[in-house]
Design a protein around this ligand. Sequence first.
Ligand SMILES: Nc1ncnc2c1ncn2[C@@H]1O[C@H](COP(=O)(O)OP(=O)(O)OP(=O)(O)O)[C@@H](O)[C@H]1O
Ligand SMILES: [Mg+2]
Length: 180
Amino acid sequence: MLGINHVAPAKPIAIPYQQLIDAAEPSHRTYVAERFADAIVRNGVVYGEVQWWLPRSSSPRSGAIGSTSTRARTSGTSTSRSAGRFPPEYRALCEQLSALIVFDVLIDNADRWSGANTMMSPDASTLFFMDNTLSFSIHRFGHEIPNTALRRIEVFPRGLIARLRDLTYEAIRARARHGR
Ligand SMILES: Nc1ncnc2c1ncn2[C@@H]1O[C@H](COP(=O)(O)OP(=O)(O)OP(=O)(O)O)[C@@H](O)[C@H]1O
Ligand SMILES: [Mg+2]
């Protein structure tokens, strides 16, 4: 609804447990069975989520951005404070980092900067926002981690902020009720 489009499409799925195990490489069946041991299995059916597989890059330059990449993080946030004067080569990345920080405040995600929860597309054009599961905490004003990131930046994607301002509780409720 906000036009962010940086999260891999995902959907709920139910698969017979045995079918999952049979589909694994024979050499990995024991491991796969162990991995699914704590999955939600009811009447022999596993309930979970499937997700579009993000394209992998072999280049370390276009990998994850997190605590392991302090330079990328620092240049992203400090450039986002420089009153919109982005060096052209950083502009697209800063815009996406800024959208990511707004997104994390909205979903109250405390688990972004571990180093493995963002991934750059192989052509270095698109930053994927991964693993958004540690979100929607019980903190009344959100978790400190996303809020601190937000305080560090001063420049935001104009379209995203406009859509956010127009978003109403009613619109969210209608979408949640009826889907797309
Ligand atoms: N859709 C995807 N496409 C490609 N790689 C993915 C995708 N989802 C997850 N991965 C890879 O798997 C790793 C772990 O997935 P994710 O971050 O979603 O779960 P996690 O809860 O952090 O995992 P763990 O249980 O290992 O802590 C990611 O850091 C990434 O390398
Ligand atoms: Mg993760």
